[in-house]
Design a binder for this molecule. Structure first.
Ligand SMILES: Cc1cc2nc3c(=O)[nH]c(=O)nc-3n(C[C@H](O)[C@H](O)[C@H](O)COP(=O)(O)O)c2cc1C
Length: 342
């Protein structure tokens, strides 16, 4: 469905708003914290997107970087679902640099989507059909390479959102995995951080957090530094892929608006990867410590507008072929439409 003028200019009805918000709420987020809220715009057809800072993960994410990456992923799903419903997006405003003068207050939306007759149905509507099939897969992947043509498409998907996806060559992948392993060890040695991670593990039924069944095994050869959520070491050691395929999402700047952009790019890449039968998991530990985060930048990348060689790495993804992962809990749509925090 291309959705040209079909929905132009009309108000959103309650059912449609709920449908868009449910799609947004299915996005990935740090520890499945789902730090977002939504409201219908009052001055015309549109949706206001809020960051819910009460759902922050303060030790892992003191600046709210991962929080806004997560909200960016939800914003991308909202845009894809709007495109599928034939709602042309006339304007998508991202928050201004929150550190600058005139920065929005805590209760201001971080993004606003406006639908209208002059808009385009964008991004590709068919990505919305993949939202329910995308999961984190923390299982071992096979050794099959992602084909070059698919890599090219994924790079294009990130570029369309203003971010750079880089599939790392062997030396780069090993460097990023070593930084991730170092960060994982430092995080695991910090009792407060360990407790914070553990506080997002859930018995079901639950509305957020990570159930036991979504956790994967630990790599018995330690090639893939998967996060040890349970904090008690490898109780299900298995053999992972020989050389994990690692991709980074980077942005030119490092402002809150860049974090939102990175989240939209990550989700667009992840949905398109899902369409190609690829699985994805996030290796975020090195992004959570300032020194390893800076070290993630590729020291040898050419600094061109395409590669953003000196840009800031916001997300590290492991990509490959393997089991699909499993659905995790989500908050009710009613909760997502509740009053935003004052
Ligand atoms: C910013 C960010 C950081 C994440 N970091 C990790 C991580 O380090 N390890 C991991 O296994 N999953 C990580 N995830 C994946 C989330 O745990 C996952 O999205 C969430 O539990 C919901 O599950 P789903 O992706 O299967 O829908 C991260 C996701 C985001 C958006």
């Amino acid at each position: 469905m291309t959705g040209t003028a079909a929905g132009a200019g009309r108000a959103l009805d309650a059912g449609e708003l709920r449908e868009l918000v449910a799609a947004a709420g299915a996005a990935p987020s740090l520890h499945n914290s789902q730090p977002w809220r939504f409201r219908s715009a009052e001055d015309g057809p549109g949706v206001l997107v809020f960051a819910d800072r009460e759902r922050a993960v303060p030790l892992a994410d003191p600046d709210g970087r991962a929080l806004l990456v997560s909200v960016g992923a939800a914003l991308f799903n909202l845009r894809a679902a709007a495109a599928r419903n034939g709602l042309p997006v006339e304007a998508a405003e991202l928050l201004p640099d929150a550190s600058g003068p005139g920065a929005p207050g805590a209760d201001a939306p971080v993004a606003v989507l406006r639908f209208g007759p002059r808009g385009l149905p964008y991004p590709p509507a068919e990505l919305a059909d993949l939202i329910g099939r995308r999961h984190s897969s923390r299982e071992p992947f096979g050794n099959r390479d992602v084909p070059e043509a698919v890599v090219g498409e994924l790079i294009g998907a990130a570029a369309a959102e203003g971010a750079a996806l880089e599939f790392l060559e062997e030396a780069g992948a090993r460097r990023v995995l070593a930084l991730t392993a170092e960060a994982e060890a430092r995080i695991a040695a910090d009792a407060a951080r360990r407790a914070e991670t553990g506080s997002w593990l859930r018995e079901e039924p639950a509305a957020d957090g990570i159930p036991d069944r979504a956790l994967g095994p630990q790599d018995h050869e330690s090639r893939v530094p998967v996060r040890d959520f349970a904090g008690h070491g490898p109780d299900r050691p298995e053999r992972f892929e020989a050389l994990p395929q690692v991709a980074t999402v980077a942005t030119a700047g490092d402002t809150p608006a860049d974090w939102l952009r990175a989240g939209q790019a990550m989700e667009r890449v992840w949905l398109l990867a899902t369409a190609h039968g690829l699985r994805v998991s996030v290796l975020h530990q090195a992004v959570e410590l300032p020194d390893t985060r800076v070290a993630l930048r590729d020291p040898h990348a050419p600094d061109t507008p395409e590669t953003l060689g000196t840009g800031a790495v916001q997300v590290v993804l492991r990509v490959g072929y393997g089991p699909p992962g499993t659905a995790t809990p989500r908050r009710d749509v009613e909760d997502l439409l509740g009053t935003p925090p004052a």
